[in-house]
Each structure stands twice: as structure tokens, then as C-alpha cells.
Design a protein around this ligand. Structure first.
Ligand code: URA
Length: 224
């Protein structure tokens, strides 16, 4: 007999109605990360599911003290169904190794769980998710936060900052600052690895990479 399909959260979240870190009271948080990942496959909270291969849930330790949040799955992540496995993921892995952060002891996820893109010939070009998509997908991020209960959340890039803190903030000015979040977590921000991959100036790139390593080190220390 086929397994019952997971409950679909049908109703879109209206912008500004919920507080960061809180799931609307009328929708039950999935009981565990496996159920969450299965439920994500039938999410219709925004339209991004239409052109994506699958929803990509976070992965890592279900008891991680450090959660790392990126923007959205890229082309590789969309096909493999795992976060940060493409070029940005390789750079993140390198920075984590340099900072002494074991990826398997963290929980790595994204602000938006479906790949937003547009076709360009045979390629699928990344498109930045808009505010409404970030807001709609925050339900999933908040559910992951509820289940994992990280002590520290490191938001990488502007989209993750918006999802985690509920408002935009300049990364250059706010990195290194600890910000209080719901659930007694501490929030930190840093550069997104994809941003570095696009930087033409090698010196600026090296600086941003070194800062990401520093931010990972601080996040790991605070999570210990
Ligand atoms: N891959 C991800 O999973 N997230 C990003 O933000 C970028 C690449």
C-alpha cells in the first residue's frame, strides 16, 4: 500500500504576519527533518516549484548547534536534491575546513527551497528570489529552526539575511555582530560564497574569503 502523502501546507503566508523563528499556529511543524523534506516536495506556497526538479531541504546534524543558511539551491543542488553541492558549496566546504568547522556537525540549508532560474539556451540561469518568495519559504526555514534548535545561525548573503532576520542589512557593516533571534539563538551574517565566485578582483575576492573564514570561526566558537 502506498504511504500516505505528507500534509500540504496550502495557505500562503502573508508578508509580515509572523515573527522570525515562529511557525503560524494553524500549521503543524513536521515531526522530524525526514518528514519535512518529504512535505517540501508538495509545497505550493509560491510558484517556484513549477520549474524546479525538486524542493531541497537542509541537511546535516539534526542536533547541530550551528545552522548555516544560504540563498537557494543552484542548478546542481536542484538536480541532486542536496544543498551546497555545486561550485559555491565547494568554496563553502573549503572555508569551513579552514575554519575548523565540520560540515557534518552543522545543519546547512537555504532561505528558499526551490531553484529559481530562467532558461538561456541549454543553461538554466540563477534568478534571485523576490521578497514574497523568501517570505513564503520562511515557513520551512522556521520549521527547520524549530526542529534543529541551533544556538547560532550564520546567514550567508542578502537573501539569507532577509529570511533569518526579517529585514535587509548591509553585510559589510553587520558581519561580526551578534544579533539576538527567537529561540534564544544568536544570528551572524557573512558573505555568500557565490558572491566571491563572481568577484573579478582577486584581492577583493581573497579578502571576502578570509572574512567568511573568520565569520565561520566565530560562529563555531559561539556554538560550542
Ligand atoms: N547552493 C546552495 O545550496 N545555496 C546557495 O545559496 C548557493 C548554492
Amino acid at each position: 500500500m502506498a504511504a500516505p502523502s505528507p500534509k500540504v501546507p496550502e495557505r500562503p503566508v502573508k508578508a509580515g504576519r509572523e515573527r522570525v523563528g515562529e511557525v503560524p499556529p494553524d500549521q503543524a511543524v513536521p515531526p522530524d527533518l525526514e518528514t519535512l523534506a518529504a512535505s517540501l516536495q508538495v509545497c505550493r506556497r509560491c510558484d517556484l516549484w513549477r520549474d524546479a526538479t525538486q524542493g531541497v531541504a537542509g541537511e546535516g546534524s539534526s542536533r547541530a548547534a550551528l545552522m548555516i543558511v544560504g540563498e537557494q539551491p543552484g542548478d546542481r543542488e536542484d538536480r541532486q536534491g542536496r544543498p551546497f553541492v555545486g561550485p559555491a558549496g565547494l568554496l563553502l566546504d573549503r572555508a569551513m575546513a579552514e575554519a575548523g568547522v565540520g560540515r557534518d556537525r552543522t545543519f546547512v540549508t537555504n532561505a528558499v527551497k526551490h531553484f529559481k532560474h530562467e532558461p538561456r539556451g541549454k543553461r538554466r540561469l540563477h534568478k534571485t528570489p523576490d521578497r514574497g518568495e523568501v517570505q513564503a519559504c520562511r515557513w520551512w526555514l522556521d520549521a527547520e529552526r524549530r526542529l534543529v534548535k541551533p544556538r547560532v545561525i550564520l546567514a550567508l548573503g542578502a537573501t539569507a539575511v532577509l529570511a533569518v532576520f526579517g529585514k535587509a542589512a548591509p553585510i559589510g557593516k553587520t558581519r561580526g555582530q551578534r544579533q539576538a533571534l527567537a529561540g534564544e539563538a544568536v544570528g551572524l551574517v557573512s558573505w555568500h560564497p557565490s558572491f566571491m565566485l563572481r568577484m573579478p578582483d582577486p584581492d577583493a575576492k581573497a579578502r571576502a574569503y578570509a572574512e567568511l573564514v573568520d565569520d565561520l570561526r566565530l560562529a563555531w566558537k559561539l556554538a560550542a
